[in-house]
Design a protein around this ligand. Structure first.
Ligand SMILES: *[C@@H]1O[C@H](CO)[C@@H](O)[C@H](O)[C@H]1NC(C)=O
Ligand SMILES: *[C@@H]1O[C@H](CO)[C@@H](O)[C@H](O)[C@H]1NC(C)=O
Ligand SMILES: *[C@@H]1O[C@H](CO)[C@@H](O)[C@H](O)[C@H]1NC(C)=O
Ligand SMILES: *[C@@H]1O[C@H](CO)[C@@H](O)[C@H](O)[C@H]1NC(C)=O
Ligand SMILES: *[C@@H]1O[C@H](CO)[C@@H](O)[C@H](O)[C@H]1NC(C)=O
Ligand SMILES: *[C@@H]1O[C@H](CO)[C@@H](O)[C@H](O)[C@H]1NC(C)=O
Ligand SMILES: *[C@@H]1O[C@H](CO)[C@@H](O)[C@H](O)[C@H]1NC(C)=O
Length: 830
């Protein structure tokens, strides 16, 4: 998922323009992060507290859709508040939006949808007129924030409502504590919601309150956020309301309501069982409970969540939180984050402040999702033995940088996720492309999971057994994606039969073997071809020569949608959709680009997206053949034209930093032997699109696709997915070490002649910033444009990147260009 659809964008603008107050989050939060970085730069602690460098609010404005909620790494629970307006992650920085509760389930970085989860909210309130006067309905109970109060750090979230009630939360994997501090000693009331969720999709559920135990169990069915609306998932929560007997319940009862004024309460009732409301939207309902005021006006709820049942939700709270205090849980969460964040240690003292903050915040989000719902399975995954992750949202977003980043330092985490992908094939017959709310989500590029498990195989085939992955099975899953036509490829991957028959996905084709929305033929062909490359890579690795040949050939299918005859801005040849009779169907290559002024044109999953590309223009997607750029250069008329065309693409504004197909494009110059231009371009991309503010992302984080792209840019690396090749650029820091505890290696990259003056949008002439020489464990690298995982991070040791100010002398690879199939690249698996 990338850009918002124009339709959504229009409604978004309407809801956000009327509030110009931008006083969130608390400015002290940013100052605290900055102070921690400054202190670390001057202290000589052996071990730094990396969690202090993380700013969870980056990406919570400007449609970044980041969840700043309290979570452990890959937590299934992410505690934050749910707000009005366009807020797919629950929280948004926009201070004009109202809050209707704090809740335990969220996703981070999802785009183009109304959001996911936000179920089982708690809203604290005063009701001076007593039980019956409480404002329980979502619209009645919603409130603004007190300015400058939002706070968050790894494992902690806090916000204060405009009536002074403070909400805090801290998590475990499937549970956590919510703490409410009231400003005075009035009687506290809480509306706990059974039916609300972010997209308003409640399809029935139950509520049961055990007054003696102070235990509330909630179960509901809800709709998918990015998949067929006919599917439902089931979620459950268990609230223990008495804080181990320290809080005395005063009154309790149920409430119901709708959004048209109906609001009713039943004092003393403790059970609800509702079906879906078939007309008129969600029938709202929940529990209303009050307490005898405590000495400190503070109330703590323990909450567990589950996708199995409400009893398991209670068990999760008991086993994961138990009797631990708020501070204990927070400390534990922080320690888990410290462990993840220390996988990459940078030279904080000599790195610009903002770079350190962007770096560790990105690294944080790169371990925030997907959500580890192991042992919390339902549907076809019920009781599976495999690891299980929810919110693979979507593989098209994450195969390019997210999993390649994980593969550098955390093979165990990666292996669990690969196991989960393979398990998708075991249960459905195809690997998941997108999974949202435990349900199959919409296909974007085809079966990008192939590039994810393929990347794992390229990096860890020697260790696969120890990591619990059977490579033969992994290959079977890829093969199924590449060979077997699913009945419905909207949710199961590829329209494979017609692709095989024609060598491309034809436009307006007769397909009698499967159903799906026949749009995006150009981009689907390009993505299918790169998915075939992943299959080819693993076939080659496993010595399956016939398959390797077949899939090598198929990976070149990108050529079949290349129309050499169309012209745009003086450049000839573009990718274009094509009829089954071979004739191309014309679309202007600038359609759906940022320069396209036609705001009624559909560019996403809509049925009337006639452009041939997904969330992109042909200008943008025509660069996409990461496994064979050398041939693309030929198609485009040779290196000089290719360079001119790249320059034009950026200068003219066709590039879209926040869109996944564009991720590798700034580094395209490497393939034309002009690596200094890639360095210049990446500086510009980073500074024009990313910063440390809530608006500091160029669009949806897309489950940290953006965060991991930024991480690679700052490290001066870029991964070629489904291969062990890494492109080399100019790091934004003088030194870093990547630890891989599974391989027991540490690799330190030292940047000689690093000049902090070069860390700006345009590198000033005469500043050392261009890669002159790369030395790996004392030996000069054969090329300064790329190296291989197996020669570097796989073995550990020292990498030295020497920079020069003499741009001209550095403006070639000084050896081999990065690999392309057509020039004999990728000829063996390492
Ligand atoms: C809820 O009601 C339905 C019928 O509407 C019934 O089938 C179901 O067993 C009830 N569930 C509970 C937990 O009471
Ligand atoms: C929690 O505290 C209660 C009462 O103080 C005690 O009975 C129980 O065993 C404790 N549970 C754990 C997991 O320590
Ligand atoms: C750091 O980021 C802040 C917020 O965007 C900006 O105001 C400041 O200029 C940046 N500092 C540097 C040195 O770039
Ligand atoms: C996911 O949860 C399971 C069960 O607690 C655990 O064994 C596994 O290590 C977790 N994986 C990650 C990546 O957090
Ligand atoms: C792939 O194979 C087909 C026939 O098997 C052949 O016609 C085609 O030229 C091959 N494509 C490439 C790019 O080699
Ligand atoms: C191919 O089909 C399209 C759409 O039906 C048609 O416009 C075009 O003329 C056909 N080309 C040939 C060569 O028949
Ligand atoms: C805008 O795009 C739509 C859909 O492609 C098209 O029907 C319409 O003619 C376009 N408008 C203009 C002014 O080009």
């Amino acid at each position: 998922m990338g850009r918002l659809t124009p339709i959504l964008l229009a409604s978004v603008v309407l809801t956000t323009t009327w509030g110009a107050v931008r006083a969130q989050p608390d400015p002290a939060q940013q100052l605290r992060v900055e102070a921690a970085i400054r202190a670390a730069a001057t202290a000589n602690h052996a071990k730094l507290d990396y969690t202090a460098f993380v700013n969870p609010f980056i990406g919570t404005d400007n449609y970044g859709d980041v969840c700043p909620g309290a979570s452990i790494p890959f937590g299934m629970a992410k505690f934050t508040v749910d707000m009005t307006g366009y807020a797919p992650a629950g929280y948004v920085a926009d201070a004009s939006q109202f809050i209707h509760g704090v809740s335990p389930l969220h996703d981070s970085g999802t785009g183009s949808s109304l959001g996911t989860y936000g179920n089982f909210e708690v809203m604290p309130m005063y009701c001076p007129g007593g039980f019956d006067t409480c404002t329980t309905n979502t619209v009645e109970r919603q409130r603004l924030r007190k300015p400058n109060t939002d706070d968050a750090s790894p494992g902690y979230f806090a916000l204060t409502l405009d009536n002074g009630i403070k909400i805090e939360a801290t998590p475990t994997r499937r549970a956590g504590l919510e703490r409410f501090t009231f400003p005075d000693s009035g009687k506290p009331y809480f509306a706990i919601d059974l039916a609300a969720d972010l997209p308003g999709s409640f399809a029935g559920g139950t509520l049961d309150f055990d007054r003696n135990k102070g235990r509330l169990q909630l179960s509901g069915s809800f709709g998918s956020s990015f998949g067929p609306s006919s599917f439902n998932y089931h979620a459950h929560a268990c609230y223990d309301l008495t804080n181990r007997g320290k809080q005395k319940i005063s009154e309790y009862g149920v409430w119901t309501g709708d959004s048209h004024g109906m609001t009713a309460k039943g004092l003393g009732l403790n059970h609800l069982n509702f079906t879906r409301n078939l007309i008129g939207g969600v029938y709202q309902s929940g529990l209303l409970v009050s307490f005898e005021p405590t000495q400190d006006n503070q109330y703590t709820f323990r909450v567990g969540v589950s996708f199995v049942d409400a009893n398991q939700a209670c068990h999760n709270a008991e086993s994961e939180v138990g009797n631990a205090s708020f501070q204990d849980i927070w400390d534990r969460a922080k320690a888990l984050w410290q462990e993840k964040l220390s996988k990459i240690e940078i030279d904080v003292a000599n790195t610009p402040l903002n770079i350190t903050e962007m770096f560790y915040t990105s690294l944080y989000r790169a371990s925030l999702t997907p959500n580890n719902a192991t042992d919390e399975t339902q549907g076809v995954f019920k009781d599976t033995d495999a690891y299980y992750f929810d919110s693979l949202y979507c593989s098209w977003d994450t195969f390019r940088t997210f999993y390649p980043l994980m593969s550098l330092h955390s093979p165990q985490d990666f292996a669990q996720i690969v196991d989960n992908y393979i398990d998708g094939w075991r249960k459905y017959g195809w690997m998941p492309e997108c999974r949202a709310n435990n349900l199959p989500g919409w296909t974007q590029g085809g079966s990008s999971g192939d590039n994810i498990v393929g990347h794992f195989a390229m990096y860890y085939h020697n260790e696969a057994d120890d990591l619990g992955i059977d490579l033969r099975e992994l290959y079977s899953a890829m093969w199924a994606d590449g060979e077997l036509n699913p009945p419905e490829w909207n949710i199961m991957g590829r329209q494979i039969n017609v692709y095989k028959q024609y060598g491309y996905v034809p436009y307006a084709v007769l397909d009698t073997s499967s159903t799906g929305r026949q749009t995006r033929e150009g981009s689907r062909t390009l993505e299918y071809a790169f998915e075939d490359f992943a299959i080819r890579q693993v076939a080659q690795l496993l010595g399956k020569h016939d398959d390797a040949k077949k899939f090598t050939n198929r990976s070149l299918s990108y050529r079949n949608v290349w129309n050499p005859d169309i012209e745009s801005d003086g450049f000839k040849g573009f990718m274009q959709k094509r009829y089954s009779n071979g004739t191309f169907a014309y679309n202007d290559p600038t359609d759906c680009s940022p320069k396209d002024t036609n705001d009624t044109r559909s560019c996403s999953l809509q049925g009337d997206n006639l452009n041939g590309f997904y969330e992109s223009s042909s200008w943008e997607y025509s660069w996409f053949a990461p496994h064979d750029t050398a041939h693309l250069i030929q198609l485009m008329g040779g290196p000089d034209t290719f360079i001119r065309r790249l320059d034009h693409f950026f200068d003219e504004g066709y590039y879209l930093a926040g869109n996944e197909p564009s991720f590798q494009t700034p580094i395209g110059y490497h393939y034309a032997n002009r690596p200094t231009k890639s360095v210049d371009r990446v500086r510009d991309v980073v500074f024009s699109n990313f910063d440390i503010t809530p608006g500091g992302l160029p669009g949806n984080d897309d489950q940290a696709a953006m965060a991991s792209l930024l991480t690679f840019h700052l490290l001066g690396l870029y991964p070629v997915p489904s291969s062990s090749q890494l492109l080399v650029l100019s790091p934004f820091m003088p030194k870093y070490t990547i630890h891989n505890s599974f391989l027991k290696t540490s690799t330190t990259v030292t940047v000689k002649n690093f000049d902090p003056k070069s860390i700006q949008p345009v590198i000033p002439p005469g500043t050392a910033a261009y890669v002159q020489k790369v030395t790996i464990n004392g030996k000069p690298s054969k090329s300064r444009c790329h190296f291989d995982f197996y020669d570097t991070f796989r073995v550990g040791g020292e990498i030295e990147i020497t920079l020069t100010a003499d741009k001209q002398s550095a403006d070639s690879c000084g050896g081999n260009l990065p690999d392309s199939l057509s020039t004999g690249g990728f000829s063996r698996a390492r």
